[in-house]
Design a protein around this ligand. Structure first.
Ligand SMILES: [Zn+2]
Length: 128
């Protein structure tokens, strides 16, 4: 296979034709990591123009998180991988159920917008 074929194969037709599939995957993984860990707000990533994500933004699943963990391990980014493992342990039970108590207030009290939204009245999580 010559260089031209390699290049053509690596390119993709969506988002940015100049990025390879590998780059797109890495950016999606990194965006998801940054959002899940709470390093950036979702809107910052979405507004960046490279806002594609690897996980379901409203309902991240343990399967998605495990794929992100495996990806960062595979590219020797072990700190990212470990942080995502902590995220998984802190947010899901061993059987994959989300760990948090949902706000049941009829009128949830919203004062500050934060990464993991909580009702200011009962302090429990607000979940879509
Ligand atoms: Zn509440």
């Amino acid at each position: 296979m010559d260089n031209n074929q390699d290049e053509a194969k690596g390119r993709t037709t969506y988002t940015d034709r100049h990025m390879t599939e590998g780059q797109l995957k890495h950016i999606g993984m990194t965006n998801s990591y940054n959002i899940l860990i709470g390093k950036v707000a979702v809107h910052e990533v979405i507004d960046s123009g490279i806002g594609f994500l690897f996980h379901d933004i409203d309902h991240p699943t343990p399967i998605q998180i495990k794929k992100i963990i495996a990806y960062f391990s595979s590219v020797n980014m072990f700190e990212h991988s470990a942080e995502m493992r902590d995220y998984l342990d802190e947010n899901f039970t061993k059987s994959g159920k989300p760990i948090y108590i949902e706000c049941k207030c009829e009128m949830p009290l919203i004062i500050d917008y934060t990464f993991k939204m909580r009702c200011a009245r009962c302090k429990n999580r607000l979940k879509l």
